[in-house]
Design a protein around this ligand. Structure first.
Ligand code: ZN
Length: 201
């Protein structure tokens, strides 16, 4: 199911996601919907808070991307495409190395992109939907996408990592987006409440 993507200005984007203790059928269904939503929006990554779920869950797929990625498991290079898509439950990042500036966008910030500095390579530890542990090292676009999505799980947005000149140049667009999101939140909440009352009545 394609889910609505939460935009900048929605409070859920600033919340820290809850750790997932058990992968329930609902979590599997959410992950499948997140993959479908990400693909429909031509994104390479999506975090649960971006669909309004404050949980430590993200999906990534860089197999269609032009920018290169690399992935190592137990020190051996593996075929990135063969490991896509990735569904990461409770991901943790470690051993950051190098620094790379690269262009980034975000599905919660339509039309906005900027250069962001990230670690060039990172080690990712997580579990998959079967409860199996995953551990791999990655670089390139895959490392960038995972760092971006893990930030979402901690309430951190790519605007927080922009340099001040970029932030100044985007401030008008960011304010407009924030206002639009907050204006849309009011009526949606009221509609939700009316729906609930009608169902009860
Ligand atoms: Zn994002």
């Amino acid at each position: 199911m394609i889910l609505p993507i939460v935009k900048y200005g929605h409070p859920v984007l600033r919340q820290r996601g809850k750790r997932i203790e058990t992968v329930t059928p609902q979590i599997r269904e959410l992950a499948a919907s997140m993959l479908e939503t990400m693909r429909a929006a031509n994104g390479v990554g999506l975090a649960a808070p971006q669909v309004g779920e404050s949980l430590m869950l993200l999906v990534v797929d860089v197999s269609e991307a032009e920018r290169p990625s690399s992935m190592q498991i137990a020190g051996q290079d593996v075929d990135v495409a063969a490991h896509m898509p990735l569904v990461l439950v409770n991901p943790l990042l470690s051993e950051p190395s190098g620094e790379e500036i690269g262009g980034e966008g975000c599905l919660s910030f339509p039309g906005i992109s900027a250069d962001i500095t990230r670690a060039e390579a990172i080690t990712v530890t997580a579990t998959d939907l079967d409860g199996q542990s995953l551990r791999f090292r990655c670089s390139g676009l895959l490392a960038r996408a995972i760092q971006h999505e893990v930030d979402h799980l901690h309430g951190v947005l790519f605007t927080d990592r922009m340099d001040s000149a970029t932030k100044v140049s985007l401030s008008g667009a960011l304010k407009r987006l924030q206002k639009e999101t907050q204006a849309a939140l009011g009526p949606a909440r009221k509609r939700g409440l009316r729906g609930l009352m009608a169902a009860r009545g």
